[in-house]
Design a protein around this ligand. Structure first.
Ligand SMILES: [Zn+2]
Length: 288
């Protein structure tokens, strides 16, 4: 890819040099003038190639943090959430962005959801933005008869969603996808309380720094153990809460929270990884 871009620059600039040479030859007729022009053109060509290679190095460095050639982003510094839109337009211009502040009055939800999560081999990823548990096939969510497969769940501190203006200590986002490619996220708010056994397994194997996924031989977790007893929810249409902030994601934030201990909250390697609250822009929040 990078080689093709550099080659493209060379071809274009050689064409420019050639054209300039011919024009100069026709106008000046002096051999010295022709040579000077060709040499100037070559110097410029070399400069462009050097610039391309510099750009290629920068792009390679970015690749280790996620998608190929994806710009850096984060929760602080130059590429903090207020500036995500400069590299990921939907983050800046989208009208149905997540997270939101959940407050009533609520319309009655017409959706029935069923969660059927199964034990899964423990696979933990630190992607530089969160800790994620990757879930094997077989755990599903059913919304009005449509099946969504649970792909992964991950954590934010504090919770990204607020209820009546207030965040919880943390939130776990369970990310599901239907056969048609539609995304649905179940949010389980985590409040300070008892030790959370699923979190204990994940934290014990989570790399402190960004790196490849860690598969823990013989270890299993059951995502169902993360769920509170009651599954009543608030629901709204939103987006990925991280770049590229793609919209068309349905959220179900459970009204009941699950426990996580203070020590577990403190041990999460990301001090703050919550995108700020986004405007509703007329969206309705439903509740069941
Ligand atoms: Zn999330």
């Amino acid at each position: 890819m990078i080689r093709i871009i550099v080659d493209g620059v060379v071809v274009t600039l050689l064409a420019v040099v050639l054209t300039l040479s011919v024009v100069t030859w026709m106008k000046a007729g002096s051999l010295e003038a022709q040579l000077a022009t060709v040499q100037k053109g070559l110097r410029e060509t070399n400069k462009k190639i050097a610039e391309s290679e510099d750009h290629a190095k920068t792009a390679d460095a970015g690749a280790s943090h996620g998608a190929l050639d994806a710009p850096h982003w984060g929760y602080e510094g130059e590429m903090n959430p207020a500036n995500w839109g400069s590299a990921f337009p939907v983050c800046g211009t989208g009208q149905a962005q997540s997270p939101v502040d959940i407050r009533g009055p609520f319309e009655k939800s017409d959706q029935s959801i069923r969660l059927d999560y199964k034990p899964t081999p423990l696979k933990v990823l630190n992607n530089g933005h969160t800790i994620q548990a990757t879930v094997g096939a077989g755990s599903t969510m059913t919304v009005n008869g449509t099946a969504f497969e649970l792909l992964q769940f991950h954590f934010h501190r504090p919770s990204e969603e607020h209820v009546n203006g207030k965040p919880s200590a943390m939130v776990a986002h369970f990310v599901h996808r239907s056969a048609a490619g539609k995304l649905a996220v179940v949010g389980v708010l985590l409040k300070e309380g008892k030790d959370n056994p699923v979190v204990r397994s994940i934290w014990a194997n989570a790399p402190q720094k960004e790196g490849p996924e860690v598969a823990v031989p013989g270890a299993e977790i059951n995502p169902a153990s993360m769920l509170p007893a009651r599954l009543d929810y608030y629901s709204f249409e939103g987006s990925l809460t991280t770049p590229p902030c793609t919209e068309g994601v349905t959220f179900y934030i459970l009204k009941s929270a699950s426990d996580i201990s203070l020590a577990q909250i403190d041990a999460f390697p990301f001090k703050a990884n919550a995108r700020p609250i986004q405007p509703l822009n007329g969206r309705r929040i439903t509740a069941n």
